[in-house]
Design a protein around this ligand. Structure first.
Ligand code: FAD
Ligand code: SF4
Ligand code: SF4
Length: 475
């Protein structure tokens, strides 16, 4: 064992420095600063190189974490990057936005007594260093193959699949209805968690690798699924989930009650310098407003933290359970509180009040009742507990469901589950249509970037097998 390791007894856990909240509020730049070389080496050296590394088991990508921690501790950063990139198409993105406390770091064996190894920050550091040093080059396949694959959706699932297919020489075409590639990485997740140039350098590299992007191309409008099947040898549906879950309450149809993703997309487009009429008109801009965000997941956290940066007068997050039972990451709640967001726990909207536009939200207190089938305590309203808060902009962040893909794609024969997610054979990742595969949120339901990458990689393997079989049958 190298002398550079097992230092968790003598070296404390240390995260990269965090910008002061007052400074963070001035822009949409990332909150966490970068490790410097000595800190990354030192933090990596805390790893005990477990024989059975639980961090690796609980990383959805099965990253070889102890190996790249060892290489980092030894100062072999280029080798560490090669190792990290062999299982992850976007290590610097996962290092930034994976909920590590629930995945790799939450399973680190030294966590109980010594605090976990800061795996995510090291992963980000290794990959950022690789970019800075020009170690990450466009893909040059050894052969060019004639077969082509269409990928619908340029989110992490589609991008990961595209990269894996291009590496072996397939002609890859990505179709996306947005004007920029990246899916929720560009238009959902705000810059203070993931700066946009970090995504842009990944998609740019794929373009330089010979992958063709067809942007502003909505499948179902510009072409039907059948037309794309006609044109390509295989097809991957990686369209994510975008239909916002609604809320039934009196007044919910008033003006200035908006869905989370509309709000976040407008803000992200502004960060790119685009003209966004609904932002310019004030409809999707929180500046000077009393903002109430309803929901307790990561999307809600992104909305409240966007609103404080836009200069809202007040920002409240209304959530029907308590802090211990919210789905959002603990780290994000802490960040939001530091930035001035007020959490109104155990509360739900009873009615939205106003004439034309919302002016106030009447909410009731909730308490946690008996556990439901999933074991979670179901919230129930406390009688006679209503209270009212001022509100000029309400943002609903209650989760997402799939759109009606069979209708949208003009493909009624495409089989979906009763929740609208696309049905696949889990061994082959193929839908009920020959040569049509699916991956990411559109199969799993709303999930995480790291799972989308995993699915994209798995789908690429299945597509390769399918295309090889197609060739051998034609021979
Ligand atoms: P998406 O990223 O949704 O990409 C799908 C793409 O398909 C989009 O670009 C879309 O434009 C395109 N598309 C859809 N329909 C069509 C069509 N008909 N024609 C052409 N193109 C189409 N996960 C984390 O791990 N960490 C986080 O911090 C985190 N924060 C999040 C914050 C928000 C606000 C949201 C909404 C999600 C967050 N997630 C986070 C979840 C994560 O972003 C998703 O799980 C992940 O992006 C799913 O990847 P995907 O490739 O399946 O789909
Ligand atoms: Fe941890 Fe995510 Fe990196 Fe896996 S991909 S090691 S879960 S930060
Ligand atoms: Fe190192 Fe923690 Fe993984 Fe063990 S579980 S190999 S200590 S990072």
């Amino acid at each position: 064992m190298s002398n550079d390791l097992l230092k968790f007894v003598s070296i404390d856990q240390s995260m990269p420095a965090k910008r002061e909240a007052s400074d963070r509020l001035k822009d949409f730049d990332e909150v966490y600063k970068e490790f410097d070389i000595p800190s990354a080496q030192e933090q990596s050296s805390r790893c005990s190189q477990c024989g059975v590394p639980f961090c690796h088991i609980h990383c959805p990508l099965g990253n070889n974490i102890p190996d790249w921690l060892r290489l980092t501790a030894e100062g072999r950063l280029e080798d560490a990057y090669e190792m990290a990139a062999s299982t992850n198409n976007m290590p610097e993105i996962c290092g930034r936005i994976c909920p590590q406390d629930r995945l790799c770091e939450g399973s680190c064996v030294i966590e109980k007594d010594f605090d976990a190894v800061t795996i995510g920050s090291v992963e980000k550091y290794i990959a950022d260093t690789a970019w800075e040093n020009g170690w990450i080059k466009p893909i040059k396949p050894l052969v060019e193959l004639d077969q082509s694959v269409a990928i619908i959706g340029a989110g992490p699932a589609g991008l990961a699949a595209a990269e894996e297919l291009r590496k072996v020489g397939y002609q890859v075409h990505i179709y996306d209805r947005h004007d920029r590639a990246g899916g929720l990485l560009v238009y959902g997740i705000p810059g203070f968690k993931l700066e946009k140039d970090v995504v842009g350098r990944r998609t740019g590299r794929l373009e330089q690798s010979g992958i063709t992007f067809h942007l502003d191309f909505e499948v179902g409008r510009e072409a039907s699924l059948a037309e794309l099947r006609e044109k390509h040898d295989a097809l991957l549906v990686a369209t994510g989930v975008y239909r916002a879950r609604g809320l039934k309450a009196p007044g919910v149809g008033l003006g200035n009650i908006r869905e989370a993703l509309d709000y976040l997309i407008a803000s992200n487009k502004k960060s790119f310098g685009d003209t966004v009429p609904e932002f310019e008109s004030g409809a999707l801009n929180a500046e000077g407003k009393n903002v109430v965000v309803v929901g307790g997941g990561d999307t809600a956290m992104d909305c409240v933290r966007t609103a404080v940066r836009q200069g809202a007068k007040s920002v409240k997050c209304l959530y029907r359970r308590d802090r211990d039972n919210m789905p959002g990451s603990v780290r994000e709640v802490k960040n939001a509180e530091e930035e001035g967001v007020e959490f109104v726990w155990l509360s739900g909207p009873e009615a939205f009040l106003g004439d034309e536009n919302v002016e106030a939200v009447r909410a009731y207190r909730m308490r946690l009742g008996a556990a439901d089938a999933t074991g979670r305590q179901a919230p129930e309203p406390v009688p006679d507990s209503t209270f009212t808060m001022d509100c000029d902009l309400a943002v609903l962040a209650l989760g997402f469901e799939p759109e009606d893909l069979p209708s949208l794609f003009d493909a009624p024969e495409l089989r979906v589950t009763r929740w609208g997610t696309v049905t696949v054979d889990h061994g082959t990742m193929m839908t009920n249509l020959d040569g049509v595969f699916a991956a990411g949120d559109i199969v799993r339901g709303a999930s995480l970037v790291v799972w989308a990458i995993r699915d994209g990689r798995d789908a690429a393997e299945c597509i390769k097998k399918h295309l090889q079989k197609q060739l051998s049958e034609a021979a």
